[in-house]
Design a protein around this ligand. Structure first.
Ligand SMILES: [Zn+2]
Length: 88
């Protein structure tokens, strides 16, 4: 089994213990996780046991922008903290 160094950095950045799930919010703000294959995913998908291509490598607080649909399950919509400043 390959070790996921990037994910362990994400977990360390978030201050998680080994057995804690990735959170949906950090400091009260919604977050989007990014996978090795370059997709933005929801917390549920980030926490799923998956193959290496979908391993979580980064996390970002979603401050503003239109509601973001998870690019994996395409079901979960992440609302930004401050909405879309420039709606179309
Ligand atoms: Zn998802």
């Amino acid at each position: 089994m390959l070790s996921n160094v990037a994910l362990s950095r994400v977990r360390e950045f978030l201050g998680l213990d080994d057995n804690e799930q990735l959170p949906s919010h950090v400091e009260g703000y919604p977050v989007v996780y990014y996978t090795k294959d370059g997709r933005g995913v929801c917390t549920a998908c980030a926490n799923r046991e998956i193959d290496q291509a979908q391993a979580v490598v980064d996390v970002a607080i979603y401050y503003e922008g239109p509601p973001f649909t998870c690019e994996d399950c395409e079901k979960i919509v992440i609302e930004s903290a401050y909405d879309d400043p420039d709606p179309a």
